[in-house]
Design a protein around this ligand. Structure first.
Ligand code: NAD
Ligand code: 13P
Length: 327
């Protein structure tokens, strides 16, 4: 079956409007050149992708909504969308992060579902954007709650010869993998900045994976062990710890002995892109502190304390290595 029989051709893409140094508006440049010259320069988008700076107009009449924006903006975006979307719309979140509210942690797919009253799947994986943009082979995982048919529709939409997508019934497990690996990547970046070598980095990744699994299962006992072996789990952890932005900024932080803040490094090194790991480390720490779980997660706690300057970068090995007992 051709895609055109099933999916509408035009993809409306909401763009957070920015005025470029040339004085032009980003959305107008995207529509004129088919290229996002600020965030993905050199890559031609399909001509069917239409940038729209008006959020309400971008979602009007849409029955499939793809959410992909830094997680810190999602609460405000959802607030603006209340009452503006179709009742039968289906959502999918590609966003790696969580919100922490008074009632406890809230995953972004849950935020979408609760605020907008629609079902939301997630798509996570070892997916560094500029590699996918040049069509290098990668895999991804769709996480769904109940409806396998909806998950299969998303798989069919995203799947290509170079982007292989599979679905698992574990929305929380998939989303927590994507969210928590960013904290581990900060730890891996510290190891790189301190030039501690590959064995140490692998150890931090292993300890991090163990904490990812334990934290996910404590929060949601339904999370499956097998999810950690999907692209969203171990594969995303590896790619982010090797080539991601979280790793890169954490490396610079450690090289500077923690003297330059992450905010400063993010602005200088990422040119408008956003780090997810530092805020996620804080959010995870709040959950651990609130629930009395700090002792169980030495790596997660240490990453946060280093990020806020309470511990030096070298604490990443001194504090993360003791073995908590999860049973
Ligand atoms: P980014 O980190 O490059 O941030 C820039 C984006 O944020 C731009 O699209 C910009 O328009 C938007 N933005 C800036 N200010 C905003 C505001 N006030 N409100 C709304 N949007 C605003 O973004 P990204 O890399 O596309 O990441 C989005 C999500 O996708 C994140 O959760 C990230 O973890 C996830 N993700 C990213 C990659 C990657 O390689 N870039 C891979 C997989 C998943
Ligand atoms: P960074 O945000 O660290 O670049 O990670 C991107 C990612 O999530 C790759 O799957």
């Amino acid at each position: 079956m051709s895609y055109h029989c099933v999916y509408a051709d035009e993809v409306r893409m909401w763009v957070f409007e920015e005025v470029l140094p040339t004085g032009e508006k980003l959305s107008e440049v995207i529509n004129k050149t088919n290229e996002n010259i600020k965030y993905l320069p050199g890559i031609k988008l399909g001509k069917n992708v239409v940038a729209d700076p008006d959020l309400e107009n971008a979602v009007r009449d849409a029955n499939m909504l793809v959410f992909v924006t830094p997680h810190q903006f999602m609460e405000g975006i959802c607030r603006r969308l209340v009452g503006k979307i179709r009742d039968d719309a289906e959502a999918i979140s590609l966003i790696k992060g969580m919100e922490v509210k008074k009632e406890g942690p809230c995953m972004i797919s849950a935020l979408i579902s609760e605020q907008l009253g629609i079902n939301s799947c997630v798509l996570m994986g070892a997916n560094i954007a500029n590699e996918i943009a040049v069509e290098k082979f990668s895999e991804a995982t769709v996480g769904y709650r109940k409806d396998k048919e909806i998950a299969e529709k998303w798989v069919q939409l995203f799947n290509t010869s170079y982007f292989m997508v599979s679905a698992v019934q574990d929305v929380e497990g998939v989303e927590l993998c994507g969210t928590l690996k960013n904290v581990v990547a900060i730890g891996a970046g510290f190891v790189d900045g301190l030039e501690m070598g590959n064995n140490t980095k692998a150890a931090i990744m292993r300890i991090g994976l163990r904490e990812m699994k334990a934290f996910s299962k404590l929060l949601f006992p339904s999370v499956k062990d097998s999810t950690f072996f999907e692209s969203c789990g171990v594969a995303d952890l590896i790619t982010t710890c090797l080539g991601g932005r979280n790793r890169k900024c954490a490396e610079a932080f450690a090289r500077n002995g923690g003297k330059r803040s992450f905010d400063e490094l993010e602005a200088e090194m990422l040119q408008g892109q956003k780090l997810q790991g530092v805020s996620t480390a804080k959010e995870v720490y709040e959950v651990l502190n609130h629930r009395g779980w700090l002792e169980l997660f030495p790596l997660f706690s240490t990453v946060h304390k280093i990020c806020i300057g309470q511990l030096p970068p070298s604490a990443i090995v001194e504090y993360s290595e003791h073995k908590p007992n999860y049973s």
